[in-house]
Ligand binder design. Structure first.
Ligand SMILES: Cc1ncc(COP(=O)(O)O)c(C=O)c1O
Length: 432
């Protein structure tokens, strides 16, 4: 502490000083001339409602699947829809148990509930915030059908070990790669390891169409089952080959079709994804290097050479007790310095009211399907509960090299640390 307190610190913005960050954030999403031309083309030359896999949407599905070494791609209107169809496609049935992460965006788990299946939460690794393979294995029962793995913040989960556990127990694996486009594990793209990979293309995501999503898979039956539940009969007539699905073509499915303009935008930007991902990685390392000596922050350990973080966000762990500020006060002071910092998960999913009260569809469903509905308790996933108290992240939409911005964000963290005692007084005075 003495080192960072040496000299007169600049005044924190919350105390009336100048905010540490003045460099502009790269504009996001990028809408360049090529993207505009691609959007113009679909609205003038194609159809606004592509019910089949033809045209730009079909091109996007093929290119995205090919990039991941997968045979099939199905474009949909969001990551939530991609996940819901992914589980259905993988054969998850009402009452099945599906292992999930409690440290994620709700859609990684609502896809289980929406298939009338039961989420069973496994714990996470404290460094990568992704599912711990040993904890997954400990949660498997004869009723387990699948695992939803989330590459949260763009961190690659340990897919080698997770696939080994899943294969040993005959379980489907759904990868929620909504935050992980362009990331890799063992040299292979995230989203291309499991039975199905599901991606979001919503505006903040590493590849975007404004809104939208896509799922990828290799198994024809998985693809056809997913398609049967989410798209237009016209596409089903054109594409379905397997009799079990062809015999039931109708208009009773959900409408999860992607808008053609979203497909055009995402398709035109796919060429940039590799370069953007590498720049995000360089920026995150710049930021981490600039604050490595701050004793109140913990930085994730480096990844193996063959792994690649997609840095949807740049995550940190706050070490409480080192400076006299809570994690939330530290983040509030950072925001005043114009750092786009946030806490991602405050309460692990299973401790929230819907799970505590079994209230999703009402009347206790889907849990009421089982004779002894699963009860979620504090302590179920101790690592996730602990990480929810100390995690925070900095927005990661820095897809261009931004050394000045990264240096300023690092300086903001240092400055808040240096001002901690004065900030403590400010927060205490505010509490009154
Ligand atoms: C991890 C994760 N899964 C799923 C989703 C859902 O994607 P969408 O918003 O496109 O439905 C999101 C979106 O924020 C996400 O972050």
């Amino acid at each position: 502490m003495t080192a960072i307190l040496a000299g007169m610190p600049e005044r924190a913005a919350l105390l009336g000083g100048e905010p540490a960050v003045s460099a502009p954030t790269p504009p996001w999403p990028l809408v360049d001339a090529e993207t505009l031309a691609a959007i113009t083309k679909v609205i003038t030359e194609e159809t606004l409602c592509p019910v089949g896999a033809e045209g730009t949407q079909g091109d996007f599905e093929r290119r995205f699947a090919e990039m991941h070494g997968r045979r099939y791609g199905l474009a949909v209107n969001g990551g939530t829809a991609a996940l819901m169809l992914a589980l259905h496609g993988a054969g998850v049935l009402p009452g099945d148990e599906v292992i999930a992460s409690p440290f994620t965006w709700g859609a990684s788990v609502s896809c289980i509930l929406q298939n009338l299946a039961i989420p069973v939460f496994a714990d996470i690794d404290p460094h990568t915030f992704t599912l711990d393979p040993d904890s997954i294995e400990a949660r498997i029962t004869p009723r387990t059908k699948a695992i939803v793995v989330v590459h949260i913040f763009g961190f690659p989960a340990d897919m080698t070990r997770i696939m080994e556990v899943a294969n040993r127990h005959g379980l489907a694996v759904i990868e929620d790669a909504a935050q992980a486009h362009g990331g890799k594990h063992a040299g292979r793209y995230l989203g291309s390891w499991g039975t199905v990979g599901a991606f979001s293309l919503q505006a903040s995501k590493n590849l975007t169409g404004g809104e939208g999503g896509i799922l990828i898979c290799d198994d024809r039956a998985v693809y056809e089952r997913a398609m049967s539940m989410g798209t237009h009969p016209q596409r089903l007539y054109a594409e379905l080959e397997l009799p079990e699905f062809r015999e039931k073509i109708d208009s009773l499915a959900f409408n999860y079709r992607m808008h053609s303009m979203s497909a055009a935008m995402a398709n035109s930007q796919l060429q940039y994804l590799e370069g953007w991902t590498l720049a995000r990685g360089r920026n995150a390392l710049r930021l981490y290097e600039s604050v490595r000596d701050l004793p109140f922050l913990e930085i994730p350990p480096p990844l193996l050479e063959t792994d690649r973080h997609a840095y949807y966000n740049i995550p940190f762990t706050y070490r409480p007790g080192v400076i006299p500020l809570s994690r939330d006060e530290f983040v509030q002071a950072l925001k005043a310095e114009r750092v786009d910092g946030n806490v991602y998960v405050r309460v692990p999913l299973y401790l929230r009211k819907r799970f505590q009260e079994h209230d999703y569809f009402g009347r206790g469903y889907p849990w009421a399907i089982s004779e002894t509905p699963l009860v979620y308790r504090k302590g179920d996933c101790p690592v996730a509960e602990a990480m929810a108290q100390v995690e925070f992240q900095v927005d990661g939409n820095y897809y261009e090299d931004a050394p000045e911005l990264m240096a300023q964000i690092g300086a903001a963290m240092r400055k808040v640390g240096e001002n901690a005692a004065a900030l403590r007084e400010w927060f205490d005075a505010k509490k009154g």
